[in-house]
Design a binder for this molecule. Structure first.
Ligand code: ADP
Ligand code: ZN
Length: 213
């Protein structure tokens, strides 16, 4: 399947994407993960992106489109993909439309995960991430077995630089201003599937039903 997952930070896009990859072998493509890896490896892209990310601001559209133009042409995308955190702005959505036409891909749906703001805030302030493999934990509901150490790879499990209270509040404002309008954009394209996303299992079932798998 080929899907776009829309939703505020902490809405569960990553979790849902990971569950969906297990169903049909589609790959999860998270621009946030790609950028964090670039920052960690100190690449040119990482150097350009870091300041924006730490402040909770969006990375410029040109950088993101540069990444995605190559990424969507890679071999593993033939099995389908779940776009997690991309597109994030109307210009990105417009450029993605052109790109998909160029490479002859048709999307199955654009899934919008709706979660109340208080649930999001609570999830983000308690979220912890493995800096080596990207595994997600939660200090309250799903801590690693050994504090600060990833169950899967042994890497360090920490709070992301952009998960301070200030950066989180900025990310949510940026989301409302720049990304929330994408729901209407895709509604206009006849592709939107709106879901009340309090549990990831419900979301996955709704998507399966919609895509017909
Ligand atoms: P979130 O939990 O906020 O959805 P992500 O991991 O998707 O976090 O993204 C983290 C940061 O990476 C964003 O705050 C932003 O700075 C940058 N980023 C990720 N995807 C995009 C994108 N499509 N356009 C612009 N910036 C992006
Ligand atoms: Zn790990």
């Amino acid at each position: 399947m080929r899907l776009i997952l829309l939703g505020a930070p902490g809405a569960g896009k990553g979790t849902v994407a990971k569950m969906l990859t297990k169903i049909d072998g589609s790959v999860q493509i998270s621009t946030g993960d790609i950028l964090r890896a670039a920052v960690k490896n100190g690449t040119d892209l990482g150097k350009k992106a870091k300041e924006f990310m730490d402040a909770g601001d969006l990375v410029p559209d040109e950088l993101i489109m540069g990444i995605m133009k190559d990424r969507l042409r890679e071999d593993d995308c033939k099995a389908g993909y779940l776009l997690d955190g991309f597109p994030r702005t109307i210009p990105q959505a417009e450029q993605l439309k052109v790109l998909l036409e160029e490479i002859g891909h048709k999307l199955d749906a654009v899934v919008n995960l709706n979660v109340p703001r208080d649930v999001i805030l609570d999830r983000l302030t308690t979220r912890r991430t493995c800096t080596d493999c990207g595994a997600i934990y939660n200090v309250k509901s799903n801590p690693p077995k050994e504090e600060g150490k990833c169950d899967k790879c042994g890497g360090p499990v920490v709070q992301r630089d952009d998960e301070t209270e200030e950066a989180i509040s900025n990310r949510l404002d940026v989301y409302n201003e720049k990304t929330a309008p994408l729901a209407d954009f895709y509604k206009g394209e006849g592709m939107l599937l709106d879901i009340e996303a309090t549990s990831s299992d419900t979301v996955v079932d709704a998507i399966k039903g919609h895509v017909g798998i």
